[in-house]
Design a protein around this ligand. Structure first.
Ligand SMILES: NC(=O)c1ccc[n+]([C@@H]2O[C@H](COP(=O)([O-])OP(=O)(O)OC[C@H]3O[C@@H](n4cnc5c(N)ncnc54)[C@H](OP(=O)(O)O)[C@@H]3O)[C@@H](O)[C@H]2O)c1
Length: 174
């Protein structure tokens, strides 16, 4: 989904840590990318395993320094995942950092700000759908990545909407 974000963030000078469960797909992420080896740390873990998430977010910060940008597109239950990330970042940095929270159209709209530290600058990317002559379609990976990058490049915009988000959601997308 967000694989295309990694090279774009590296181009912007970020060292990118990527979490996913499938180690093989994670390892393939940097193939063909410059610099060689690319600035990627793959973390093969289930983000719903709170103990492992705590441990590895801490480990990455000990090795590479505190995180300054977190892009999260997390399946429910999501609050605990965001809370753990917030707690671990706060343990290693006391100045401002950013969380970009990517939400699907079905996702509830409340902000998780109350579970995040005050130093977290929270931004949301709200994903929708696209109307086409035949009906509706999901956003493509490229459209989603472009929406996230727009948010990365504009720290002051609290919410970026990609596509149409008016409800009711077309039944063929549910
Ligand atoms: N609004 C739109 O236009 C639009 C477009 C496309 C999709 N969607 C919706 O977006 C949602 C996500 O899409 P998807 O199902 O294709 O992707 P997905 O299964 O959520 O996977 C996305 C990424 O997250 C990782 N991931 C998923 N669960 C994880 C976990 N528990 N721990 C660590 N990493 C995890 C996956 O890698 P691993 O599998 O290796 O862990 C993958 O890299 C779906 O509900 C889909 O309906 C919406």
């Amino acid at each position: 989904m967000l694989a295309g974000l990694t090279p774009a963030l590296i181009d912007r000078g970020y060292w990118v840590t990527v979490i996913a469960r499938d180690a093989t797909r994670l390892a393939a992420l940097g193939h063909g990318m410059a610099p060689n080896p690319p600035s990627i740390t793959p973390l093969a873990l289930d983000y719903h395993d709170g103990n492992k998430l705590h441990k590895w977010v801490e480990h990455v910060q000990l090795m590479q320094g505190p995180l300054d940008l977190v892009v999260a597109w997390v399946h429910e239950p999501r609050d605990e995942v965001l809370r753990i990330v917030g707690e671990e970042v706060l343990a290693y940095r006391h100045d401002a950092w950013r969380l970009i929270d990517v939400r699907g159209i079905q996702s509830r709209l409340e902000s998780p700000k109350d579970i995040l530290p005050e130093t977290c600058q929270y931004q949301r990317v709200q994903l929708g759908y696209v109307q086409i002559p035949e009906g509706y379609r999901w956003l493509t990976h490229t459209e989603i990545v472009e929406g996230v990058l727009q948010t990365v490049d504009d720290p002051k915009t609290p919410v970026t909407t990609v596509g149409l988000t008016t409800l009711p959601v077309p039944s063929e997308l549910c």
